[in-house]
Design a protein around this ligand. Sequence first.
Ligand code: NAI
Length: 440
Amino acid sequence: MKITVVGTGYVGLVSGACLAEVGNDVLCLDVNPEKIRVLKEGGIPIHEPGLDQVVARNVAAGRLHFTTDIEEAVRFGTIQFIAVGTPPDEDGSADLQYVLAAARNIGRLMNDYKVVIDKSTVPVGTADKVRAAIAEELRKRGVVVPYSVVSNPEFLKEGAAVDDFMRPDRIVVGAEDDQAINLMRALYAPFQRNHEKLVIMDVRSAELTKYAANAMLATRISFMNELAVLAEKLGADIEQVRQGIGSDPRIGWHFLYAGCGYGGSCFPKDVKALIQTAAGAGQGLKVLQAVEDANDAQKLVLVDKIVRRFGEDLTGKHFALWGLAFKPNTDDMREAPSRVIIHELFKRGATVTAYDPVAMDETRRIFGDDSRLSYASRPMQALQGADALVIVTEWKEFRSPDFEAIKAILKSPAIFDGRNMYDPALPRAAGLDYEAIGRK
Ligand code: NAI
């Protein structure tokens, strides 16, 4: 099949590369010429494990191409995926300007049947807006060209995106005409394994499903985070509680880890957007509002602990920070808790040396040339001259550090661990103060 992917970011590039991997001809379009230049020169603009090989293999096979030429992109694919960003606007609603611009481009330039697929996370009702935008462009041109609009939200996780796309738990398709449904079945046939992965439903339900999934996961995290704060007050240990409840199959093990708040490009914005969608429909989402409030508070928990030890005025204090990305295996810094923590430390007069295996370039781009923030090329190097260590992302390489060496380097030997990486007995045995989330 000939497929165009509009938007070559985390979702668009992974989707395009994986669809080429199963034999399709794929053209990825982006309006950012720098991204397309990097890709055309054989580079990858994001860090995503395994993606470089899939891209290189399919470019070499002549199945995967990149362009900034909108006309070429619209003409190319019968299937047109829209995978552009849907960032929050001022009130938290999803900003649809990029999605609708992509739709208008398709309407402006298409000459034959297209299936336009919303892969971006978009509020309920967006498919209708996409349909209307295309219709308007066709009307302006005075032509009639058939097309279908399908909702096909994406559930891949950054850090495991290629695997998630190649071996999905489920493929949600919201479609209401047979021609589009049949094309979607054919498109995803190579991704079906032992059991049916396609869940076909109406368009609005598909749009809501994506928000429901992210809101449910964010709810679990905020719930565990609140319990962790309570556990500390009551002298209980959230890790033991997690093991006690996760073994119940009705609860399950996933997304039960207390930490210093969720971040990333999806949960924060999708929670906000669903709250706004509900408000627009005249409904307050009390549970989800609390999930968001709890997460905002949770991003400050480590700073509160630091202030309790060092006082509100941190002038002259210097902190080592391990982990910048919002989670391991990605360089994505969108809404990362590290950003809030760094700003809060700066606000109180402290300076920071950070280490992250892949997200330091992105952090430099965000913080610019700020003399209060420096970078280390190795985890232990970040500790030089630091009063204490703050851990924000649970990268594997932080799992078994030399606690004795950490104790010897830090001026005020304390670890503030926002990801509960260690058995508290280990750093404590080395003479370190160990502050984690909800641990005894
Ligand atoms: P991204 O910001 O990495 O990529 C979006 C790309 O679209 C950018 O490269 C931008 O230049 C390009 N773009 C914007 N307008 C365009 C236009 N008119 N024509 C062509 N290209 C255009 O965003 P990301 O993370 O890939 O997310 C895309 C959508 O997928 C969002 O709605 C997001 O919520 C959703 N999503 C993201 C996941 C993730 O893990 N990042 C997972 C599942 C869904």
